[in-house]
Design a protein around this ligand. Sequence first.
Ligand code: A2P
Length: 329
Amino acid sequence: MASAAAAVPEVALRSGSGNARPMPAIGMGTASSPLVPETTRDAVLAALEVGFRHFDTASLYGSERPLGEAVAEAVQRGLLAAREEVFITSKLWSMQCHPRLVLPSLLKSLRNMQLEYVDLYLIHMPISLKPGPTVFPAKREDAMPFDFEGVWREMEECHRLGLAKAIGVSNFTTKHLDKILAAATVPPAVNQVELNPVWQQRKLRACCAEKDIHVVAHSPLGGLKWSGSEGNAVLKSEVLAEIAKARGKSIAQVALRWIYEQGVSPIVKSFNKERLKQNVEIFDWELTKDDHIKIGQIPQKVVNTANGMFSPEGEFTSVDLSDMEFFEE
Ligand code: A2P
């Protein structure tokens, strides 16, 4: 449905060489647990039908392959004229956060998706783990010091080769961003972080605005139940429910619209066609000043912490947990 797709605004990203495609202001998340490839592929096709043109995956999620299959099928069916119509992000997982593993990891992701390039490639977390098969949650003793300079140099190489039209980071605090910026020739275009009305990231947003880094919001509705967390503080918010009622919208739409009005682009996960449709219908109405004041007063609570990525047993032997923590007040 070209008309729905055309209704989504786009954001120009800083890419270093100026050839990055603008990013549609809302994206579909593809992380789900457990991952069922057919369900994921069908959900991406459903998302394309209702107007999503921006998809977020990661080597960690296992959704690269079904996402690539869905895009290929959409092109074949004529739902998309060409692959260039979609904006695709993937991410470098922590076990591959070592300079020599960056380029091979992107090449593997591209093979998984049957693509020649990604629109955006992100360092998934400011955490480096001993190379090896992915284990989640990770072992504490596998955490290693992060070579920010070496890893970023290789991210820049991916960009220089045209395999990643833009490069960026995810779950980085202002402290981690400073380390990348000190090493960067091509500064990160994006920082994708947990951000929603219940975790508003004011300090990080101000820092990114100053440094021309576009902020993308994961977990815009409170996220999945990673690490046993509740993950529903957004959808159960009474403040948002009241605003939703007054505007004749759903709570999810109010949360997504609020994020958009902050200049941030949400990545929202739903595999349900009705909810997908609802989530993309946030661009032809506005919140009021009063709504913003009320949302600004919501008590803040983060869901994802570095500790939640690791199993409780074992010790951090070569790093301090505080160096890896990816949230800040
Ligand atoms: P479902 O996939 O069953 O639609 P986040 O994007 O913050 O990670 O949140 C994802 C969670 O929110 C998923 O469990 C998803 O469930 C649910 N969700 C997504 N869109 C909506 C919506 N419009 N209304 C209610 N729940 C939604």
